[in-house]
Ligand binder design. Structure first.
Ligand SMILES: [Zn+2]
Length: 135
């Protein structure tokens, strides 16, 4: 049975956005660069009976949120292992990713599956991070 109370109040949305400095907690883009406000994402989706509180919420850009959906993990086809996604509440970004100019390079298996599924390095996303480039 799904939990009740999945509504995210304006106050809670504001707290999550402020905590993240209005940047996506997955790809780190500032919402001002995307032209869209960041969304409040359930890190573990409500369909998995997760709580709607700040410990399970993250500020996410439109692209990361849409690409993630309610998924929790993916398959690393190099090892055939199921690997969970990066969790901005319990993981440290710099332990899983690094910027190589505007490209987000994964440094762990968690970073790898997250970067692939969230499509961190699609051409349009690279352009968002560096609008002056001609890729
Ligand atoms: Zn993002």
């Amino acid at each position: 049975m799904a939990r009740e109370g999945n509504y995210i109040s304006a106050k809670l949305r504001s707290e999550v956005a402020l905590r993240a400095s209005y940047c996506c907690e997955y790809c780190l883009i500032d919402e001002l660069k995307t032209g869209l406000f960041c969304e409040v994402d359930h890190i573990i989706g409500i369909k998995h009976n997760s709580p709607t509180d700040s410990s399970n919420l993250a500020c996410a850009c439109f692209n990361c949120n849409r690409n993630k959906g309610s998924d929790l993990a993916s398959i690393d086809w190099d090892t055939s292992e199921i690997v969970r996604f990066y969790n901005p509440r319990s993981d440290i970004w710099s332990e899983h990713f690094r910027f190589d100019s505007f490209y987000i390079a994964a440094t762990t298996q968690i970073g790898k599956v997250t970067a692939i599924i969230f499509r961190f390095n699609d051409r349009k996303r690279l352009l968002e991070r560096n609008p002056n480039s001609f890729l």
